[in-house]
Design a protein around this ligand. Structure first.
Ligand SMILES: Nc1ncnc2c1ncn2[C@@H]1O[C@H](COP(=O)(O)OP(=O)(O)OP(=O)(O)O)[C@@H](O)[C@H]1O
Length: 261
């Protein structure tokens, strides 16, 4: 089922660009100069501490660049607070309010005060059905499985209807079979509504399953970008092959841009 679009919402995905964005928590600076194609799912990969969550937080506005610009759909959002940015984010856990029911948690995507119109309620019911939660509307988060809680977070993304979706290892704590179900749900939702998705994962098979592009980070900057098919066909850069345990490889693909920063 395709959910009805709310008035005034952006129909298509929107490109995301970090233009020479520098950021630092302390000593070591992180510098990102990279684009994410509109309406595609890009897997953001890299070793622990390479800067994946920081990159997403810069796009969401939870962190502010020291220099450089964050552009969404060509518009400089660097000075905008998170609530003003056309972005939704799903974390590994703690996405839900513990004292609110499934339908209320989803409803927050329409109205932070839960003042909901009849049209909102129709959208919320549609999102709950689309994410396989029909019949569980009145449950509290503690009465759901880990996978169901992440489905609620995805349903809220659907009713928020922002063109950019940031997924920070959302299924990392789920078992492999359940993770595959959730990835298929993300892919299905994306087929209905092609948001620009930045998907942080440590799992190569997850990136391969739904990723169209890959952005690979190493040590606080972008080490390589390209089509997922090239990365997983063995044509990815050596640093990526080493990361996924595939060993050294020969000449790289023309389509993969190596960054020297
Ligand atoms: N709040 C913070 N205060 C200080 N340093 C931080 C903070 N958050 C992250 N860092 C540091 O910034 C760097 C990048 O961290 P980040 O969380 O973005 O990496 P990551 O690639 O998402 O790692 P992981 O895969 O382990 O989640 C790391 O060196 C980390 O220790």
């Amino acid at each position: 089922m395709t959910l009805a679009k709310a008035d005034g919402m952006i129909e298509d995905g929107t490109a995301v660009r970090l233009e020479n964005v520098s950021f630092s928590y302390g000593d070591a600076p992180l510098v990102f100069d990279v684009g994410f194609a509109a309406s595609k799912i890009t897997a953001v990969m890299g070793p622990s501490g390479s800067g994946k969550s920081t990159l997403l937080n810069l796009v969401a506005g939870f962190e502010m660049p020291r220099s450089g610009r964050v552009l969404i759909g060509g518009i400089d959002v660097s000075a905008q607070p998170p609530s003003a940015r056309p972005v939704s984010m799903v974390f590994q856990e703690n996405n839900l309010f513990a004292h609110l029911s499934v339908e209320q948690n989803v409803g927050l995507g329409r109205s932070p005060s839960l003042r909901l119109s009849d049209a909102d309620r129709v959208l919320i019911a549609g999102a709950i059905e689309r994410t396989g939660l029909a019949g569980k509307e009145k449950r509290l988060p503690r009465e759901l499985s880990g996978g169901e809680r992440q489905r609620v977070a995805l349903a809220r993304v659907l009713v928020r209807d922002r063109p950019v979706l940031l997924l920070d290892e959302p299924f990392a704590s789920l078992g492999p079979a359940l993770r595959d179900d959730m990835l298929d749900l993300v892919a299905g939702v994306h087929a209905d509504r092609p948001m620009t998705v930045l998907f942080v994962t440590h799992q190569p098979e997850d990136a391969r399953r739904i990723g169209q592009n890959v952005v690979f980070l190493d040590n606080g900057s972008v080490a390589a970008t390209g089509a997922a098919a090239d990365f997983f066909a063995g044509a990815g850069p050596e640093v990526f092959q080493r990361y996924i345990g595939a060993g050294p490889i020969g000449a790289g693909s023309q389509d993969i841009a190596r960054k020297r920063t």
